[in-house]
Design a protein around this ligand. Structure first.
Ligand SMILES: Nc1ncnc2c1ncn2[C@@H]1O[C@H](COP(=O)(O)OP(=O)(O)OP(=O)(O)O)[C@@H](O)[C@H]1O
Length: 326
């Protein structure tokens, strides 16, 4: 227990989640068995001030649910979430959404559906600033447009007239314009061409530098997380399997699942390609009733892995893994 609480512990944090569980129940007990999906199953981590924390894992690993819980959009089944602003620690799952929304924002995967296409660009940015003086609104809009590298002339355009990349820049501008402390960016580059992905990531990094905003960057693509994240958390079926500095997780992956993810993107480090050839992950996704959640897919599974669940363990400094190989 002490080890779990200690994962990435620091006083200088914006988000702290402790043994977080989110279970979704489907089905009716009158007519059959209830189906429980453990979207998050005992997640403990902190996101430091000014940090970009990459959350990586395949579809269904719980990334979006984790992001939503940290900004109060999803209530946890169990566990706590704290947002720390200055010396004030806000219990996110108990506080009113209005209190939290002053400090947090979300950027979505699909700028086409998250912004009304017929609105004027100016109005998209002015809307969250209502009740402020006109001069302040103008100044903030100008600053936000500059930060995301959108020309001022576009302010009079309708959203549908913008390209996909411009729309995603606009959604970042809309998020940063209210000076949040923390932003959840959920697959912000997934819908974009490869050439635009880097530009959007650079804008996120610039927003961190210019405004000191902390980010949770959710992605199923490890190379995306590698580009701008300070640390990477690897999730599998609702659990953290590995957590560490980006360079450590990419260059010295400890968990067989992380090694498999890297194998899927050998261009990250071509020298790893041959070494990782032997680590071919089996494809069937089964949630076991006991033991390590990854053991049915793990090429290294031992008898112990089928019986006992490994806890996150600090194998190297600030580099944690939940695996019986260590
Ligand atoms: N509102 C919900 N009701 C029922 N099940 C849900 C709900 N939201 C998420 N889930 C389930 O919880 C699990 C985790 O989903 P989540 O969206 O958090 O994962 P993810 O890693 O973000 O995947 P994706 O990239 O596909 O969004 C999945 O099995 C999903 O089907």
């Amino acid at each position: 227990m002490v080890m779990r609480l200690a994962v990435g512990f620091t006083d200088d944090y914006i988000i702290k989640v402790n043994n977080l569980k989110v279970y979704f129940t489907k089905g009716n007990s009158l007519f059959g068995k209830k189906n429980v999906t453990k979207a998050l199953d005992g997640v403990t981590l902190t996101i430091k001030n000014r940090e970009i924390m990459g959350i990586v894992g395949e579809s269904g690993s719980g990334k979006t649910t984790l992001g939503r819980v940290t900004i109060g959009l999803q209530k946890p089944t169990e566990g706590d979430v704290y947002l720390k602003v200055g010396q004030e620690e806000i219990n996110v799952s108990k506080a009113k959404l209005k209190t939290i929304s002053k400090y947090v924002q979300m950027i979505y995967q699909d700028p086409y559906s998250s912004i009304d296409p017929i609105m004027r660009v100016y109005d998209v940015l002015a809307m969250p600033l209502k009740y402020r003086k006109e001069r302040e609104i103008e100044k903030r809009i100008e600053d936000a447009m500059r930060l995301v590298d959108l020309p001022i002339e576009l302010l009079e355009n309708r959203v549908y007239q913008l390209s996909g990349g411009q729309r995603q820049r606009l959604s970042i501008a809309r998020a940063v314009i209210v000076d949040p402390k923390y932003i959840v960016a959920d697959e912000p580059t997934t819908m974009l061409d490869a050439s635009l992905k880097g530009e959007i990531l650079k804008i996120i990094k610039d927003a961190r530098e210019a405004k000191g905003i902390s980010f949770m960057l959710i992605t199923h693509e490890l190379p995306i997380a590698k580009i701008i994240s300070d640390r990477i958390t690897v999730m599998y079926l609702g659990k953290i399997v590995e957590l560490g500095k980006s360079s450590d997780v990419i260059k010295k992956p400890l968990h067989p699942y992380t090694q498999g993810l890297i194998d899927a993107y050998p261009r990250i480090d071509p020298s790893l390609k041959d070494k990782l050839k032997e680590i071919k992950i089996k494809v069937d996704v089964i949630r076991p009733n006991k033991g390590c959640v990854f053991h049915p897919r793990c090429p290294f599974a031992m008898a112990k892995c089928k019986e006992e669940e490994p806890q996150l363990k600090e194998v190297y400094q600030d580099h944690y893994v939940a695996c019986w190989l260590y």
